[in-house]
Design a protein around this ligand. Structure first.
Ligand code: ZN
Length: 440
């Protein structure tokens, strides 16, 4: 029943999110430090920073049209019709005892202020940003929000999520995927007062430091473009690499989504991807410690066994056997079930007993069989296959990094290298989709 409820909530929220995901907003607000609010924030910009008058001015001064003085370094207190501006070379912002913002030692009436600049960048806590910086009081501290145009946001995402050294068509595919993902996710942090966070929860946003000229070109050349499936904006999941097969959405999460279909990926060249093949060994005690921390007591760990693979050869169920019981993990929970998270679900596991699990092609398709230590012929020559490690140890051997749903970033790299264009890359990884210019 609980599972059904969770599934229903998932479907419901997916519908709600999609109904808002029909347009590309001009501006995006990104929470920079929601998990570590600042006691004080320093801002500076060439040519100065300005903001609307924010100081509690004596009434007489207001009537006379005098703006309050800026702090140290203020250049002017320029007055425009109906409002005045505060300008300074640099601003140090703290929070007063009353919970309002204090700028260069002057207390304001405001709990949220947006700081603008006339030059290209504003430097906040030593880091360069485009657009404006909005500071907002939260629990007596300061939340920093970067407010930028959508494509400026994407400059800071594509360069962080990929690398400026990737081929242009791969960067363009990533630009469209990131734009789609942002459009779909615009309301994720609504209750916190911004659109998206700067972490992998939304998309990693590194601001100006992550940009590069290729990244900016890729974003500019795909501006306004979104990927659609049956007229709906595609939620473009992506990851680093998949081990050779992408995975269908329902084999990792819950819902079956038409454009997130698992398939063989012939493009990833594992020999050129750092850390592509991985191996990690845990002792029975280490696995027990993780289970204990979750309040799961199945006694001492005696075996770890894959109990189900998907049609795309990723692990979808794993059983941990203890002296007092057993615990199963499924789909997306498998990676997090072990210390430090497994890099992917494309793996086999062997115990220290000497037996090895291997995937072999049989008359019934790919199957897992247990074999004694053996020598096998592989694409890389003769390999010894055996259970690794000592008794009471479990070795996971796998390939790829990430959830494998949607686009492989390294797959995109190699497709681009082979001459595929960004729309061909996107259409390969997102089944039955098409790219269209967003029309406002
Ligand atoms: Zn987020």
């Amino acid at each position: 029943m609980k599972k059904l409820l969770i599934a229903m909530i998932f479907i419901l929220s997916a519908t709600v999110i999609n109904s808002f995901a029909s347009e590309i907003p001009d501006f995006v607000s990104i929470g920079i430090n929601a998990s570590s609010l600042a006691q004080s924030v320093s801002l500076e910009a060439d040519g100065g920073i300005y903001t609307e008058a924010i100081f509690a001015m004596p009434e007489a001064a207001q009537e006379n049209g005098e703006a309050s003085e800026g702090g140290e370094g203020a250049e002017s207190g320029e007055i425009t019709e109906g409002s005045s501006f505060y300008i300074a070379d640099s601003i140090e912002v703290t929070v007063s005892e009353n919970g309002t913002l204090v700028c260069n030692g002057k207390e304001t009436d405001e709990t949220e202020v947006e700081f603008l600049k006339t030059s290209e960048f504003i430097v906040c806590q030593g880091k360069k940003y485009r657009g404006a910086i909005r500071l907002s009081v939260r629990h007596g501290k300061i939340l920093i929000i970067s407010v930028v145009h959508m494509d400026e946001y994407l400059y800071g995402v594509v360069g962080k999520e990929m690398s400026d050294s990737f081929p242009l068509e791969a960067l363009k595919a990533q630009s469209v995927a990131a734009r789609n993902y942002a459009v779909i996710s615009m309301r994720r942090h609504e209750s916190e007062g911004f659109n998206l966070c700067n972490g992998v929860h939304c998309q990693a946003y590194g601001a100006v430091a992550s940009e590069g000229s290729n990244v900016r070109q890729a974003v500019d050349e795909t501006t306004g473009k979104l990927l659609y499936y049956n007229g709906e904006v595609v939620e473009c999941y992506y990851y680093s690499s998949n081990g050779g097969y992408t995975e269908s959405s329902e084999n990792v999460w819950v819902s079956e989504i038409g454009y997130l279909r698992g398939k063989a990926d012939p493009f990833e060249d594992g020999s050129r991807i750092p850390g592509y093949n991985w191996e990690v060994t845990f002792t029975a005690e280490e696995i027990k410690t993780v289970l204990d921390s979750r309040g799961i007591d199945i006694g001492d760990i005696v075996n770890v066994e894959v109990t189900d693979y998907s049609e795309n050869n990723h692990v979808t169920a794993i059983k941990i056997e203890g002296t007092k019981g057993e615990k199963f993990y499924y789909k997306d929970n498998i990676r997090a079930a072990f210390p430090g998270n497994l890099r992917s679900t494309y793996f086999t596991v062997s115990s220290g007993a000497g037996e090895a699990s291997v995937r072999v092609l049989t008359g019934n398709g790919m199957e897992t069989v247990k074999i004694a230590p053996s020598y096998i012929m592989s694409g890389n020559g003769i390999l010894k296959v055996s259970g690794k490690g000592r008794e009471g140890e479990f070795t996971f051997s796998g390939s790829g990094y990430g959830h494998s749903v949607g686009m492989s970033q390294y797959g995109a790299y190699f497709m681009a290298e082979q001459g595929y264009t960004y729309d061909e890359i996107l259409k390969f990884y997102y089944t039955d989709t098409e790219i269209k210019d967003y029309e406002s």
